[in-house]
Unconditional design. Sequence first.
Length: 301
Amino acid sequence: MSTHLKDLVAQYGIQFKKGLGQNLLLDDNINRIMVEAAALTSDDAVVEVGAGLGALTERLCRQAGRVLAVEIDRSFMPCLEDQFGDMEHVRLFRGDVLNHEVGKLIEEFIPGAASYKMISNLPYYITTPVLFHFLESSVRFSRMVVMVQEEVGLRMTASVGSREYGVLALAMEFYAEVDMVHKVPRTCFAPRPEVDSCIVRLRMRSEPLYGDVESGFLFQVVRTAFSQRRKTLRNALTRSGALGLDAAAVDEALGEAGIEAARRPQTLSLAEFAALARRLAHQRRSRCDDKRDRLQRGDGG
């Protein structure tokens, strides 16, 4: 640990909490790589989740027009306030970002920016929830750069058919162009974690892919398929009952989408899942229409 970091830890009586996934990054070069990957300009407003002692925050506030640094642990706040409290373009917020709508936080602290970006060293235990909290928010981010556990990074960037390919890779592709920027060994942290990390960059899509498919239903189909990833696609989609469609309807949708029923979910691309969701949605509408017509004719349910 550098002398500066040691001094801050001692000065503010910081105790790192394993339950909050707190590990201090010792190599400031990693922060530099993250900021460069974000391609920050003075037009950007940045949200940072997990500001800690403010090493990444310090780099962000030099290049971004405005910064909102979010920190859940109150013991870090005096350190952050002493460094950034007098800076007009930096706002500090203590709280759990998952308990607050991203849009409301931005409206309150950094409204009206030309571009929004999120750059964070994410605690391992909330990585996926935080990612989806931002991806599904009302705010359109142009870029997100996150440090995550290497295993999660591999799942985020996995290709079709690989062992790591699943719901997370499909979601990342739906929202963004994703790439792994840099690997970060566990020796760069104190206390030293048991796993390595990596930096992942998400260049967000300006327009959603497959705009004619409702995203919520698309990922309901994806999650249902991967809930039983060792089963054939047909069995996974019918046996759970999550989609409310019988085997005949699923078979018809698979046929219309040109997808073999015996395939495994990890062999399907996002485009194929979108085609399947489109046909499954059509099947659901058709069956609802048929049921309504029967009720109107008095034929029973």
